[in-house]
Design a protein. Sequence first.
Lengths: 503, 113
Amino acid sequence: MTPATLSAADIARGIRKGDFSAQEMVESFFNRAERLEPSLHALLHVDPERARDHAKKVDALIARGGDPGPLAGVPVVLKDNMCVRGMPTTCASRILETWISPYDATVTELLEKAGAIIAGKGNMDEFAMGSSTEFSAFGAASNPWDTTRVPGGSSGGSAVSVAAGYTPLALGSDTGGSIRQPASFCGVYGLKPTYGLVSRWGLVAFASSLDQIGPFARTVEDLALALSVIARPDVRDATSSRRERPDYSAALQTVSLAGKKIALVKDLHGKKDVMSRDVETVLEKTLAHCREEGAEIVEISLPVSLEFGLPCYYILAPAEASSNLARFDGVRYGLSSNEESLMDLYLKTRGAGFGKEVKRRILTGTYVLSSGYYDAYYLTAQKVRQLMKQEFADAFSKCDLIALPTAPFPAFGKGELVDDPIQMYLADVFTLPVNLAELPALSLNGGFTEGEKTLPVGVQFIAPKWGERELLSVAAVLERKTGSAGIAPVENRYPCREGGDVR
Amino acid sequence: MMLSNPSGSRLEKQDVLHVAELARLHVDDGEVEGLVRHFGAILEHFNTLSEARIEGRLDLDAVDPFIFSDTEIPAPREDIPEVSEVREDVLASAPRRKDSFFVVPRILEEASS
């Protein structure tokens, strides 16, 4: 019995019944991570002492007849841009390498209150800027289905932790697809909630109008369970919605697609030419399953979102990032160059501390906000964003859900796109419109590529705002039909050393 | 200072260095060429928006860029003082500190008189 084979719901049930202990679950997390980390590098930090201490407390509470909560003893990995008091939060950047979080993110508090054990911090693209986890300053992570390929990004380490069976649950953040795209590449579920559903307090900001935290899991039940725990109003995040949240787990009791209208976007507005054949096949197959379950498939068009979403996003997100990352100035935390003048302190600290993709985005953002170019770029992109919101609102008058590929292609090879940022940005073409329109979307594994080393391929469902229950329902129906997400066969395909370099 | 590319489509080396200074980001000589190329490609991509406007495929004239009609207005918090006990933890990560202050290079010269 390990987190590799059990769901979070099963672990919590087993621990509450006394079938096994939280301490056993934590030890099996560390054993598996130690064995697989040399191949995968999904984690940036672990704190075994802290995790064991929390597990002991969970076990002690159960021994006293108490209830630690719905995630009792479940080891969870947090992307390394979420604060855990006393642990590093590096955002996979040299500039924050030495910073220890002085407080807990709201999601950290909520998870621990529900009995979860924070087992490790997930590898990521530096400051969540990237689609492959190759832009981590501390080394790339690998895809557990084929370690010569990327796991996707930016929340690659969280996706790998779940796909490789370190943990049944992990949290990522999604600014333009950073939960859904690695979920697709690693063959697990990934949910990007509606903007404002999950508190961003304690999440290091990338683009504040787009960032949202969400869960990765291998079962729909776990995805709903995690969402029920973390989707809480929070006065510390001014954009946190005060609306009442439903019980997402209860929504899975009676699910059916009968009478639901699911829309496909007929010709994908010119984006079919960048799409792999496998992705098209898997999407068709998934829609066929939906039809068999009683859904009506309708066609819609999203010309603005699919044609102009990419340039719109790559103007707005870097603009917000250039402002948010101004705080990393060498004065209050992290790396600091010892200089005579304040200007040199800023220039040298930031020049040495940020990696190349972060620099590209800060400079792009600074440029599009600079005098003389603001109207042509930033303001234009804001207007396009409004059109996209309206376009989705119009589309949802004709359907309940929209189905799109999660990414245009399956996991690509390491190093293939790292020097071609614009090609890399294409990986987000189907995911980033969702962030710009503030909508919820879920990526599930729809199938696999043909060939010897098969790779998972994700399908994305998009709902109107606050439609997380609808997304979980369609995922639950498809799970009943085709099964949950499987563990990647990393041990069968690759020799895994005993012992590792888990820090 | 306006940058030297009136069309907005091409940035030269000195433009990139100027943007880098605005961003308080030191850029090595070895990085500049790559950034010039990157700006060339990304701005070409961004210009698809203005081209689409000219071609009439993207009509933005009547669009208000900052209407958030479906966004809740955040309710102000009650003004209740809270005790924060993280000061020492925050300062523990400071690169340079003196007592409870962050230390920065001097920015004002002492009066010469």
